[in-house]
Design a protein around this ligand. Structure first.
Ligand code: TYD
Length: 393
């Protein structure tokens, strides 16, 4: 049974940043509710928005803009070369090439349906297919299961049709091939009140117990995993075909399953108490912003993330509170955050003259950003963060 546990209100598509001429027009909004499936433990948003509305030539996200992500992709690439030595790799969701570029052009194909981003890797002569990952595409790219490694990071959560996705993976992957999936993990998300991991384009946040159940339907199984600290806590899963005996299932996998069950990720009550904490977090964030405004503090935002779209719309925060956001992404600059309609300006180093308090929309890069903005903090500037708890740092 599918059970609702959190209502995040009416939300626009988080990545549909508005141009100036669009800000007075009515935006398409979707009621965003988060649900739990008690059969396979999967947590997802209830409204599945057609993929084509979400991923098109306006898609702004760029992996290469974060040092943290570039480093993370470099590390996994060298592990892949050492451990698996693949001759034919497919990356699903290759974005601007942060993973792709670590490999020889001859050995790798990127799948990236957002044509604007796919162009970046095509220009560097990396074979990139600007289409959705489907069984037909898998058939056309691979000859009888000859792909020995499929990698996909922060992408599967965005694809509604898991049957088509895993079906296509099964068609492409060789007998002893390895599938590596990584993305935000449900355990830290629920533990640390990371409700902004849910937005229209982010359909699923996977747990090991849920992924394990889903993979059974495709004769696939997890044989190893890594816990990562990217995106507020991610998991990287190493997956194989069931009859592939080349890799033994590591004890770590069962350990992680036990950890998740101990926390209660298989029980609906866990999600109900998460929902209560999220409501409290909303109240606290509104109260702190009201107080700062009353004290005449200048507040701006940093990192116009898709995640901050959820927070701003759920808490009904607009430019009365946060004057504007700074962001490094070229496609976001001089546009407005959907729903809240807060302007996004080109990033410049923070100065106390610009703001007293900076709301960290990209809290997942807190370490990287705080290091970069040491001077602002030294001059008495504060960051406002809402996870795991609302506080000024
Ligand atoms: P991210 O959290 O990766 O994704 P999502 O949109 O899926 O929630 O987005 C990070 C955003 O923060 C991106 O727009 C770039 C921006 N950013 C900066 O402006 N400066 C920085 O130093 C970093 C690390 C990110």
């Amino acid at each position: 049974m599918i059970k609702k546990f959190l209502n995040l209100g009416y939300q626009p598509l988080a990545n549909s940043y508005l141009r100036k001429k669009q800000i007075n027009k009515k935006e398409k909004k979707f009621k965003l509710e988060i649900v739990f499936n008690d059969k396979n433990f999967l947590v997802s948003i209830n409204k599945k928005i057609p993929t084509k509305e979400m991923f098109n030539s306006d898609y702004p996200y760029r992996s290469s803009l974060s040092k943290t992500m570039v480093k993370s992709f470099k590390n996994i690439s060298s592990t892949i070369k050492k451990k698996f030595n693949p001759k034919f790799i497919i990356e699903i969701g290759s974005n601007d090439g942060a993973f792709l570029f670590n490999f020889n052009k001859k050995n790798i194909i990127g799948i990236e349906p957002c044509k604007n981003v796919a162009t970046i890797t095509k220009q560097k002569k990396y074979k990139t297919i600007d289409k959705y990952w489907t069984k037909n595409l898998a058939r056309s790219l691979t000859k009888n299961n000859n792909c020995d490694l499929i990698y996909s990071a922060n992408t599967l959560s965005h694809i509604e049709n898991l049957k088509e996705t895993f079906g296509a993976i099964n068609l492409a992957l060789s007998k002893n091939g390895v599938l590596i999936l990584e993305g935000p993990a449900l355990l830290p998300c629920i533990k640390n009140n990371i409700y902004d991991q849910f937005y229209c384009e982010h359909i699923y946040v996977f747990s090991t117990i849920a992924l394990n159940e889903i993979l059974k339907n495709f004769n696939l199984e997890i044989f190893d995993l890594n816990i990562l600290n990217t995106h507020g806590g991610s998991t990287r899963y190493f997956i194989k075909k069931k009859y592939n005996k080349k890799y033994k299932i590591k004890k770590k996998v069962q350990k992680e399953i036990s950890k998740e069950k101990k926390f209660g990720l298989h029980k609906f009550e866990t999600y109900l108490s998460f929902s209560k904490r999220v409501n409290k977090s909303k109240e606290e964030l509104i109260n702190i912003l009201k107080k700062l405004r009353k004290d005449n503090k200048k507040i701006i935002g940093y990192g116009a993330t898709a995640k901050s779209c959820t927070v701003l719309n759920y808490c009904k925060i607009n430019d009365k509170y946060i004057r504007y956001f700074l962001d490094t992404t070229p496609d976001k600059i001089n546009k407005y955050l959907p729903g809240s309609k807060i302007k996004i300006k080109k990033y410049r180093k923070l100065s106390k003259k610009d703001a007293d308090v900076v709301f960290l929309g990209a809290w997942n890069f807190k370490k990287e950003i705080l290091k970069k903005e040491k001077k602002f903090k030294k001059a008495g500037g504060k960051f406002l963060i809402h996870v795991p708890k609302v506080k000024l740092i």
